[in-house]
Design a protein around this ligand. Structure first.
Ligand code: DI6
Ligand code: FE
Length: 402
């Protein structure tokens, strides 16, 4: 008796991205059976005659991957910062622009006055572009509201946009992104607002899946970040951190001490922090577009991450200041060309390791039995095509089994 199932894909170069000791978790001439939204069998195409699928797809030797994941974005925002791009070209630094009231705070102004609908609409456009690249899961941070009402509006907009686009959106509270103008002279009061009002409200109403902060000279100090992490822990929310982007404040080590999901940017991260990350299985999320756009010269310590077995993810960091992009495949390319990642590391960075950075690797990020049936069939038989070519990237087909 043949076993019925919703979807069978066969004769694929199946890049499972599962940790099975072969590059890419590759199964040559691979097949995968899915039913009721889940992967139920994986194996060689010669063995798949045991299934009677409702839909059968011959991949003809093309590359099949899990759906991609963009695990770090700020893609809900209003306004434009094109003027700052011009200022930076004329010699102003990101820090100088921020200190002069531009930067994040200029986006805060625009986002506070934007309607929920307007935020949803622009977010949907950005999500649509990611989806066209085979991305089905996106993390979206708040952080351009910086008060109770506007932070909640951003989180709501992120969720609604995800539903509209039929994509999985994981939301992260980033109220600790900058000190809002009304608290410039009283930072402690803003940190208290985050810890005593915003985090409890967000946790009680399940509005965010994690809490993040910008631990930096122009952001929040190490002790302030610790206070925010303590509040997140009290409310049972996992943490992640914008860590060591422009200087080494031991942020990556701190987030690791809290068992955090990921330390992001990590250009200036020390070996001491890397050892802590390895111990706590905290992912290093690399953001090569922000590095490029800021014309940074300090590269993240890739060799040390490798040596200590720290998993590396790659994300767009999509935001209007330092990473005006929704092009995840280009970020893979940059991860390879600028940071020296291999094609395999780049692919794992937007699949299994990105899922780990969001704490969802039980459901997503690899083609394994029991995980969500979200597969991408690429119109190429060469996996490096996803990474090396810019502009016209391989067409892809999203395969789901509902
Ligand atoms: N680091 C970043 O790359 C983004 N936020 C952060 O803390 C930049 C956000 C912005 O400039 O609007
Ligand atoms: Fe960021």
């Amino acid at each position: 008796m043949k076993k019925e199932c919703d979807l069978l894909v066969h004769h694929a170069q199946l890049m499972s991205c599962a940790n099975m000791g072969v590059k890419y978790g590759l199964i040559e001439n691979g097949a995968v059976a899915c039913d009721a939204g889940k992967i139920i069998w994986i194996g060689n195409s010669d063995q798949c005659h045991a299934f009677k699928p409702k839909q059968s797809i011959d991949a003809n030797g093309k590359v099949l991957t899990p759906a991609l994941i963009d695990c770090h974005t700020h893609l809900v925002f209003a306004g434009s910062r094109a003027n700052e791009f011009a200022m930076r070209l004329a010699g102003a630094s990101y820090q100088e622009i921020a200190q002069a009231g531009g930067g994040i705070l200029s986006t805060v102004q625009a986002t506070r006055i934007a309607s929920l609908d307007a935020l949803v609409e622009s977010a949907c456009q950005r999500l649509a572009h990611l989806k066209s690249q085979g991305v089905l899961t996106v993390e979206i941070k708040s952080g351009y509201g910086l008060n109770v009402e506007s932070e909640l509006k951003m989180l709501k907009a992120a969720k609604v946009a995800g539903e509209k686009m039929k994509m999985t959106v994981k939301t992260t509270l980033l109220a600790a992104h900058a000190i809002p103008p009304e608290y410039q002279d009283n930072r402690a009061a803003y940190v208290s607002l985050i810890c005593q009002e915003i985090i409890p409200h967000v946790a009680k109403n399940k509005l965010a899946d994690a809490v993040d902060a910008f631990c930096e000279g122009i952001g929040f100090t190490y002790p302030e970040t610790k206070q925010i992490f303590d509040a997140a822990a009290r409310w049972g929310l996992p943490v992640k951190l914008h860590a060591d982007q422009l200087s080494d404040l031991s942020g990556a080590g701190l987030v690791a001490e809290y068992g955090g999901l990921s330390a992001d940017h990590v250009e200036y991260t020390s070996v001491n922090s890397i050892k802590k990350m390895a111990q706590s299985d905290t992912v290093a999320t690399l953001l090569p577009y922000a590095y490029y756009a800021l014309q940074e010269t300090q590269k993240p310590p890739i060799d040390a991450f490798r040596k200590h077995g720290v998993n590396m993810a790659i994300a767009t960091d999509c935001n209007p200041g330092t990473a005006p992009t929704t092009n995840l495949l280009q970020c893979l390319h940059m991860g390879c060309t600028q940071f020296g990642l291999t094609v395999e590391e780049a692919l794992l960075g937007v699949t299994l390791n990105a899922a780990k950075a969001l704490g969802i690797d039980g459901d997503k990020g690899s083609i394994e039995i029991g995980k969500d049936a979200e597969l991408i069939l690429w119109d190429t038989s060469e996996i490096a095509d996803l990474v090396y070519w810019q502009g016209e990237t391989p067409k892809n087909t999203i395969l789901l089994a509902q």
